[in-house]
Design a binder for this molecule. Structure first.
Ligand code: HAM
Length: 431
């Protein structure tokens, strides 16, 4: 047999890393609860058509797509939003709004593996359906900041923009949606010169080209000033002015909430997915130049999937990247310290007693590893020590006759004989 290796871009999480991943997942779930998002679990496999509809060329071309044995065209999900929108267009069609939904799980994209970029990765995803109000956008930004803080991350900066500004100018100039999508893809990759060349090739007015050339350079961390500048540049495009005003409302609300978030507002900021219609954002930490998450408003997707017109806003956080950022910033996990116990029988015939004591301890919510290698006590103790177990319970014949065991504190290298009914209290520090 060949030596089997992991498929390129896939991930194994050994206990230490799995613990961090579950820790972040736990924080994400808590944020969902704090904001009233109900958890939903959707399939990893969806119809290709659904996932491809508005994913944007970048994601679409990297999907794990295939035909199942029944000849259906399917794909592994590259994101959650399409699945949640499908639910809202179908099963949840008549649910009262707003609908707040949370998901966490693995996603698949045939990206080029590199730091923070995998072909299998994890997201925590939040969708708020049914509100077109800026307070909904503000909520999504705020909950993202909550998660970053809960993960122990510092100095987060949010890149913020509004796709409506560019798109509405282009629409007013009669640039087709398809071409707009290509322009936005280029902007997403910060290839502004190519994007502007493409705009020029569509034959837009000189005025439009001039405005866009200036617009893509406008950015700064004082949102009010940046938005004033943007508003001036787009003044001939009424609906683009509305977009800037909408972004202003969102950012003012975030600011009024008292949630302190460092923002970098960028007029030329675009995101690869095609469904966005409004505010968009991505959180970063200074140690990494890849986004820890991404989100925004998408008001047309549910309708496109055959549902009722439903405005929506959402975000997904890259758990793998949050973990990487935690590592870079040396963020520590705040977990409950729990004592661990190894139960070691001295003799073969005491195995049953050892299992019984283990069971009793676990019933009292104590973490127990029972000796299963048949080793001598000294060897088993050495191993428990190596693995930083707190206590060893040595089950010996002599003590058992008295209804007792030896409890050894491995850290302090002390031991004493303890009656079986008192072990729990002893370990929990109650006697
Ligand atoms: P996205 O920007 O494609 O948005 O992905 C969100 C986050 O997932 C990224 O910022 C990144 O942290 C993580 N991510 C994406 N690709 C990879 C990868 N190959 N390896 C590791 N992490 C990755 C969405 O997925 C949208 N559905 C977000 C959204 C929800 N918009 C509205 N609602």
């Amino acid at each position: 047999m060949p030596v089997f290796r992991r498929v390129r871009g896939m991930r194994d999480f050994l206990p230490e890393e799995a613990q961090i991943m579950k820790y972040v997942e736990g924080k994400a779930r808590r944020v969902a609860q704090l904001y009233g998002y109900g958890e939903i679990i959707t399939p990893v496999l969806e119809s290709y058509e659904l996932l491809a509809a508005k994913a944007g060329e970048e994601v679409r071309s990297r999907m794990y797509a295939f035909k199942d044995l029944g000849g259906r065209r399917v794909a592994l999900r590259p994101e959650f939003t399409a699945s949640v929108a499908r639910l809202v267009a179908t099963t949840l069609r008549n649910e009262p709004k707003p609908l707040r939904m949370f998901s966490v799980g693995s996603l698949y994209r045939y990206d080029e593996p590199q730091q923070g970029r995998f072909r299998e990765f994890w997201q925590s995803n939040y969708e708020l359906m049914g509100s077109s109000k800026p307070e909904a956008d503000a909520e999504i930004i705020m909950l993202t900041n909550n998660l970053m803080k809960a993960a122990g991350l510092k100095n987060c900066v949010f890149r913020v923009g509004h796709v409506g500004v560019l798109r509405r100018i282009l629409s007013q100039e009669k640039v087709e949606d398809k071409v707009q999508n290509r322009i936005m893809q280029l902007m997403d990759k910060k290839e502004y010169d190519d994007a502007l060349e493409l705009v020029e090739a569509t034959g837009v007015s000189e005025k439009c080209l001039m405005a866009l050339q200036k617009l893509v350079k406008v950015k700064g961390n004082k949102f009010s000033e940046v938005l004033n500048e943007m508003e001036e540049l787009v003044e001939d495009y009424e609906s683009a002015v509305d977009a800037v005003r909408n972004l202003r409302e969102v950012l003012e609300l975030v600011s009024e909430s008292g949630e302190r978030i460092d923002m970098m507002v960028e007029a030329g900021f675009a995101r690869g997915l095609e469904y966005y219609t409004g505010m968009i954002f991505e959180p970063y930490v200074p140690e990494m130049n890849i986004a820890l998450g991404g989100g925004g408003r998408y008001d047309k997707l549910i309708e496109l999937f055959g549902g009722e017109p439903t405005p929506a806003v959402g975000v997904a956080h890259g758990i793998d990247r949050i973990m990487l950022a935690m590592q870079k910033q040396k963020a520590t996990l705040k977990t409950k310290e729990e004592k661990t116990v190894a139960v070691i029988p001295i003799k073969e015939k005491l195995k049953g007693e050892a299992l019984k004591i283990s069971r009793m301890l676990r019933d009292a919510d104590i973490l127990v590893e029972v000796e299963v290698m048949g080793r001598k006590v000294a060897k088993a103790l050495e191993d428990a020590d190596r693995r930083k177990i707190d206590y060893a319970i040595i089950v010996g014949e002599r003590e058992m006759r008295e209804g007792a065991v030896v409890v050894r504190n491995l850290g302090e290298r002390e031991q004493k004989t303890v009656k079986i009914e008192r072990i729990v209290g002893q370990i929990k520090g109650q006697n």
